[in-house]
Design a protein around this ligand. Sequence first.
Ligand code: GDP
Length: 191
Amino acid sequence: MKAEFITSAADTGGFPETSLPEIAFIGRSNVGKSSMINALLGRKKLVKVGNTPGKTKLINFFNIEDKYIFVDLPGYGYAKTSKAERKKWGRLIENYLKARKQLKACVLIIDIRRIPSGDDFLMIEWLSENEIPIILTATKKDKVSRNELDKHISKIAEALSVTADAVLPFSATRKDGVEMVWNNITYVLKG
Ligand code: GDP
């Protein structure tokens, strides 16, 4: 699959001028967002994995086969981030989510082992209020045993008041769930 880095943006002015449909990826810092994007694209290092959390917050844009754009939003909730830095982050994300008419859906990434955080709740609430479709994924599936999987998924689903089948299990290391997430992306892109 052809996937190319387009640009990084620190503010609205830096967003690329294209009208291709966009799919944005978001989640807590270090949740496995870069690894998920790489796994979906079948690439090893298009997006840098294990970037120092809390570093300069930028939005990265990737052209996928000249058909649509994957948008890597900066991770939230990193404990050591200063208040001012968080504010800047919030504004940048909000500006992106509000301004981008071509945004088709947000892939929200949660760690399968954790109960969603306050930041996850806020993000889901905000996306729902703004009528942005959410593709909910639970990554690092390889970290839980097969017989614990359902328990983890139902806990997440319960915490977010969604049905268990709305939470898509994923593992970047095992490339598990790639097809399922792609199916959901393709579905929203068609809509
Ligand atoms: P980001 O900060 O959200 O972009 O997270 P990264 O993709 O950089 O991943 C953070 C850490 O989690 C890295 O050490 C990855 O190797 C690890 N990681 C990411 N996805 C998975 C996964 O599916 N399974 C496991 N076991 N580790 C993962």
